[in-house]
Design a protein around this ligand. Structure first.
Ligand SMILES: NC(=O)N[C@H]1NC(=O)NC1=O
Length: 176
């Protein structure tokens, strides 16, 4: 769909289509719908980012807590969202050796104990080795640093999900 078609969507269709650009946080797309018309994909992305940035610390932690663990219970039981399943599979997280799976589980638990929210990283921009290394390194960070880092990753995930939904090649009347 091009940006003109996005701008023409009633809010219920908009939320159905864009509701998971931030994992399990459809309230964000429901809020951002009011910012139409979007000049282009970058403007839609900026509206999501502005909404997130305006939230208090507790809102950022809430967004992080809506993310499933990487290679966690939801992946084992097939209850991930379609987007998250594809992203995790793309990084090879559905095919970990048993040693890798044990390390991942242990570090995910350690991270959550330390920070009170799950480790979030854009799986499509990383492979499993890189993810395991960063998980281990980031466990040593300070909570404020990790909150900010996690939100940067949420925005990267969001950008790639948006790019999968909105075509950018078509000209549109808001793009001068
Ligand atoms: N925990 C975590 O990072 N989850 C996410 N990362 C990603 O790329 N997709 C997700 O669901």
């Amino acid at each position: 769909m091009d940006i003109g078609a996005v701008n023409a969507l009633p809010y219920d269709d908009f939320v159905n289509i864009f509701g998971n650009v931030v994992e399990k946080c459809p309230v964000i797309s429901a809020a951002v719908w009011s910012r139409r018309p979007f000049a282009n994909l970058a403007a839609l992305e900026a509206a999501v980012s502005d909404f997130i940035d305006a939230l208090p610390e507790s809102g950022h932690e809430g967004i992080l807590r809506c993310h499933p663990d990487l290679a966690g219970r939801d992946l084992q039981s097939g209850t991930l969202t379609r987007e998250s399943r594809d992203e995790q599979a793309g990084a090879g997280l559905d095919a970990l050796s048993s040693a890798e799976a044990r390390t991942m589980g242990r570090l995910n638990d350690e991270y959550k104990r330390r920070f009170g929210f799950p480790f979030v990283i854009c799986a499509r921009l990383n492979d499993k080795e890189n993810i395991l290394r960063q998980l281990s390194e980031r466990c040593a960070n300070e909570p404020a640093e990790e909150r900010a880092r996690g939100m940067e990753e949420v925005k990267k995930i969001c950008r790639l999900r948006l790019q999968g939904l909105v075509r950018t090649d078509a000209p549109n009347k808001f793009d001068f």
